[in-house]
Design a protein around this ligand. Structure first.
Ligand SMILES: NC(=O)C1=CN([C@@H]2O[C@H](COP(=O)(O)OP(=O)(O)OC[C@H]3O[C@@H](n4cnc5c(N)ncnc54)[C@H](O)[C@@H]3O)[C@@H](O)[C@H]2O)C=CC1
Ligand SMILES: O=C(O)CCC(=O)C(=O)O
Length: 389
């Protein structure tokens, strides 16, 4: 039995993909071999030696210690694109809320009724406080044209917006999916100076922390509306509060509230709702469970954010999965051990990613436990697993 610990609420559509005869799954499972997580913070978690892999049902992995996991031979999987549509729809909603102060307008109507006023008599006079611009023919700047940014771009084009995108690492696949009317700029200042709305769809890393700071805001158009459904830490809150105070930024719509931000009037804050649709939760859970199972049962690494991607069709009778440092001589060192035991290698794959590499070897006959132990003891080997079929 594999033991899987869930660290957040995971959709049953995903959980039901674990065959009950093979998996024990739950939030109280002890010494798990797999962890399923959404946004729970694992940064300080001490991993038990039995932990083989972590699957993030989502895409932001700033809650997981990726380097520490890689060093311990623990692949971390994510679910690329699985929640992109949910976020895209909320971005469109955020632009509309920020333009026409929909939350403020709804609040005002309720306040009238609560104060005893016949609301129907004050609507026409009161509504002038909530006039705001249309999106049509306005300019949207998108920072990050990945799974989310690219579909936000295409949808905004269909709403009649002029769209500028910035992504220094734009993949060919994404570039091909972008509407041909999207202007991809090389200098982010070209986006800042033109945009009436700016939305960011990048990962939070050391490099993107406080990317939207006082200098970035100073390069923007006065009265810009900024949408942040990526991560709170990408925006320097103090710089944003100053910009909201001076009117440099007309509205800040964020999925990452904090008490300090909520002191400002033009902040519209949501409780991290970007991916909170049944469709997205189901997509993410199903993909996370499938990648986790594929690794546990077959050793395949797909959608990993910290170790090499590698899949190999099953052959032979036994598969050894060896995670090791990316240093010369490893393949020869490992395979020589099988030859010594007279075991034939049916198939072999090896891939590296940064400091780490992964080797999968399918064997024509079973090797003895002593050989597996020798592989494990080989210098620079981090983890060895043996799977049989
Ligand atoms: N609010 C919510 O519930 C959700 C938030 N997110 C956030 O959105 C982020 C992006 O998600 P996806 O679009 O699915 O990821 P993705 O990996 O498909 O796209 C990220 C893009 O950012 C680009 N990029 C990296 N550094 C950049 C930089 N300095 N400037 C401009 N572009 C840069 C990459 O080349 C890539 O194309 C996630 O990391 C997560 O933090 C994602 C899903 C739900
Ligand atoms: O699981 C969630 O609701 C959060 C999704 C998210 O922020 C992400 O995928 O990066």
């Amino acid at each position: 039995m594999y033991r899987i610990q869930t660290m957040n609420k995971i959709s049953p559509v995903g959980l039901n993909r674990f065959p009950s005869e093979l998996y024990e799954v739950g939030d109280a499972v002890q010494d798990p071999q797999g962890i399923l997580v959404r946004s729970a913070k694992l940064l300080d978690l001490e991993f038990n030696p039995s932990l083989l892999a972590i699957a993030r049902a989502g895409v932001g992995v700033n809650n997981i210690p990726l380097d520490r996991c890689a060093a311990a031979g623990i692949p971390v999987f994510s679910t690329p694109g699985a929640n992109a549509n949910a976020v895209k729809e909320l971005v469109i909603c955020a632009m509309l809320m920020g333009s026409r102060d929909i939350p403020g307008a709804i609040r005002w109507v309720r306040e009238q009724a609560a104060s005893g006023v016949d609301v129907s008599t004050v609507v026409e006079k009161g509504k002038s406080a909530f006039i705001g611009p249309e999106l049509y023919k306005k300019t949207l700047g998108i920072i990050g044209l990945g799974a989310i940014g690219s579909i936000v771009a295409n949808t905004a084009i269909s709403l009649g917006m002029d769209v500028y995108g910035y992504d220094p690492f734009l993949s060919v696949d994404t570039a091909l999916r972008l509407d041909r009317h999207v202007h991809v700029v090389k200098d982010i200042n070209d986006l800042y100076k033109r945009s009436d709305y700016i939305t960011m769809h990048i990962h939070y890393t050391e490099k993107t922390a406080h990317m939207i700071d006082a200098d970035a805001i100073a390069a923007m158009k006065r009265g810009v509306r900024v949408i942040n459904l990526a991560r709170g830490e990408i925006v320097d809150d103090e710089a944003m509060l100053t910009a909201l105070d001076t009117g440099m930024v007309a509205a800040y719509i964020t999925d990452f509230p904090n008490n300090r931000l909520l002191t400002a009037p033009h902040v519209i804050a949501m409780p991290h709702l970007g991916a909170s649709t049944p469709e997205s939760e189901q997509n993410c859970a199903a993909m996370a469970v499938d990648t986790l199972r594929d690794y546990l049962e077959s050793g395949n690494i797909r959608s990993s954010v910290n170790l090499p991607e590698m899949t190999m069709d099953r052959s032979g009778v036994q598969r050894l999965c060896v995670l090791h440092k990316n240093v010369p001589g490893m393949l020869a060192n490992i395979t020589s051990l099988f030859g010594r035991d007279g075991v034939n290698v049916e198939n072999l794959s090896n891939k590296s990613r940064g400091d780490y590499a992964y080797t999968m070897v399918d064997l024509g006959s079973k090797v003895g436990d002593n050989v597996i132990e020798d592989v494990r003891r080989t210098a620079n080997v981090i983890r060895v697993r043996s799977l049989e079929w």
